[in-house]
Design a protein around this ligand. Structure first.
Ligand SMILES: [Fe+2]
Ligand SMILES: [Fe+2]
Length: 275
């Protein structure tokens, strides 16, 4: 199993020399590490929802095969890579405990995950998720001045962009058959974008805090303020232009309309995600 995984991954965390981490530079940015650790929890829980997603597309061998052979292994490696980085910078942090607690809560939400009504619309939802991760890792990559983290997040960002392209390709394939209206596609886009904002990262961040700051477990104000600070950190660095461009692609708008819509949509997105 391990040998198979090695042959299909486009990069391997084992090939990155973690001893080159500039620890002082990494450790000084506590908020970024909190965010990375939360991301490591979400990525490491990928197999939980991959099985649901795979089952949804089981009758299409192309999609089913790609999800199981590539996508899931790549997402899990993102989790391993970020975990390895955190372990190096925070050697006393009990990652396993935080992840276990996170999974206990997150698995309940995942098992209830509602898929979109059709295959094409579910692919739209997946495009939204990959847009979120691609823009997040690009932001971290540009924000960080620690060279090993730059390498890791550059690799992850490339994977996420590739995932987006695959899901977009699958969306086009299914939408040719289903012929969903632009309104249906837009509804799916908005629905999933709103969900991203609310759920996963907040649960993950809370479980990072509970292990990192055990003395503050009952201090809800402290937690709330910390979560707000970490969220703000990346909101100010994420490229809204890139985000909107990627989100608009499934709508397949004529280029003149896309150009006209781009500016007001960037403003709307900034208002929704960055308030
Ligand atoms: Fe990922
Ligand atoms: Fe991804």
């Amino acid at each position: 199993m391990e040998a198979d995984t090695q042959t299909i991954l486009s990069w391997r965390i084992e090939d990155i020399d973690l001893s080159q981490i500039v620890r002082l530079r990494a450790a000084v940015n506590e908020d970024l590490l909190l965010l990375l650790c939360a991301a490591s929890f979400i990525e490491s829980g990928s197999d939980l929802y991959t099985s649901n997603l795979s089952a949804f597309f089981e009758s299409d061998p192309e999609v089913f095969g790609w999800l199981n052979q590539h996508w899931e292994n790549e997402e899990l490696q993102h989790g391993r890579a970020l975990k390895a980085y955190i372990n190096n910078v925070w050697p006393d942090f009990d990652w396993g405990l935080g992840f276990k607690n996170f999974l206990d809560e997150y698995s309940k939400i995942c098992s209830l995950e509602a898929f979109e009504k059709t295959w094409a619309l579910e692919m739209v939802a997946r495009c939204v998720v990959e847009t979120g991760t691609a823009t997040l890792y690009r932001a971290i990559n540009e924000y960080s001045d620690e060279p090993v983290l730059k390498t890791i997040t550059d690799n992850i960002r490339n994977d996420e962009v590739r995932h987006y392209k695959y899901f977009l390709k699958f969306f086009k394939k299914y939408n040719q058959i289903e012929g969903n209206s632009r309104f249906s596609v837009l509804s799916a886009l908005i629905r999933r974008a709103m969900e991203i904002k609310n759920e996963d990262s907040e649960i993950a961040l809370r479980h990072v805090f509970l292990v990192r700051y055990p003395a503050q477990v009952y201090n809800k104000t402290y937690m709330r303020e910390k979560i707000a600070r970490v969220n703000k950190l990346m909101r100010t660095h994420i490229s809204i232009d890139m985000c909107v461009k990627m989100l608009l692609k499934p709508l397949d708008l004529p280029s003149n309309i896309q150009t006209v819509l781009q500016y007001p949509l960037v403003k709307i997105a900034r208002h929704i995600f960055f308030r």
